[in-house]
Write a protein that binds this ligand. Structure first.
Ligand code: MF3
Ligand code: CO
Length: 252
């Protein structure tokens, strides 16, 4: 069952969504050469605490940190560590979730140590295509459309851009738990799956590889990396479906 949230619940989800946005903004502002991914974790911890929220990831199925920081060929769930010192041109995907007042928010973004200007044209297109695929998916997150329309919008844009969609990880419903129904694959047929209705809240999160879609798990049991060593990008927003269209809760 896909839970539908009342306007009062959406207001609470909005508050946690804005906290996630602010946390990610603080962390992203600190991404530069010489900084470790553990430094980013500490910034996230502080930013969450300062806003009276609780981390959503730490302890979730045993995940040890409040932030995921996935560098270059790491796709998702990179565990922050003092040993990973960022170098100029590193592509860093930041993913964070919080709970505030019992309601969850979840968002992710990909940024570059030293600035996007350092990227090759192909990598710049990878980041653009991933960002645009999320925007295309959000655009169709409206009452009367279908879940498959969201999945298809991501897949279509990513593949038309010459990149590939990761299959092993999906977006998800979100509300009083981090992961609720439905699962939201980043590939699928338009018009398929459940009909979207007012009050549904979805965390839509395309994970896009430069080369092949295939991923492998690192021995830490969390970090997913591309099988071919190509780079990967990840953008995520928590989005409410309203009668007036998509409401991006994790964006001011
Ligand atoms: N945004 C990811 C998700 O919603 C991050 C989860 S990391 C975990 O699945 F640690 F919480 F598992
Ligand atoms: Co998520």
């Amino acid at each position: 069952m896909i839970v539908r949230r009342s306007p009062q619940e959406l207001e609470r989800l909005r508050r946690s969504g804005l906290v996630v946005h602010e946390v990610l903004r603080s962390v992203a502002a600190a991404v530069r050469p010489g900084v470790s991914t553990w430094d980013l974790e500490e910034i996230a911890q502080r930013a969450i605490k300062e806003r009276g929220a609780t981390p959503a990831f730490r302890g979730y199925r045993g995940y040890p940190c409040v932030l995921c920081a996935s560098v270059n060929d790491q796709v998702v769930h990179g565990i922050p560590t003092r040993k990973r010192i960022l170098a100029a041109g590193d592509v860093v995907s930041l993913d964070c979730g919080v709970v505030l007042d019992g309601y969850y928010g979840d968002a992710a973004m990909t940024t570059v140590a030293g600035g996007e200007e350092l990227l090759s044209p192909s990598l710049r297109r990878l980041l653009d295509a991933t960002r645009e695929s999320l925007a295309a998916a959000i655009e169709v997150a409206r009452p009367g459309n279908y879940l498959g329309d969201i999945s298809h919008a991501v897949q279509r844009h990513v593949e038309a851009s010459g990149f590939s969609v990761v299959r092993e990880f999906v977006g998800h419903g979100i509300g009083t738990h981090l992961h609720e129904e439905p699962q939201i694959p980043n590939f699928g047929a338009p018009g398929s799956g459940p009909k979207l209705r007012e009050g549904m809240v979805l965390a839509i999160e395309p994970m896009v590889n430069q080369g092949s879609a295939e991923v492998r798990m690192m021995p830490d049991g969390w970090t997913a990396v591309t099988a071919d060593g190509g780079y990967s990008a990840h953008f995520e927003h928590t989005v409410a479906i309203t009668k007036d269209g998509p409401w991006i809760l994790t964006q001011p």
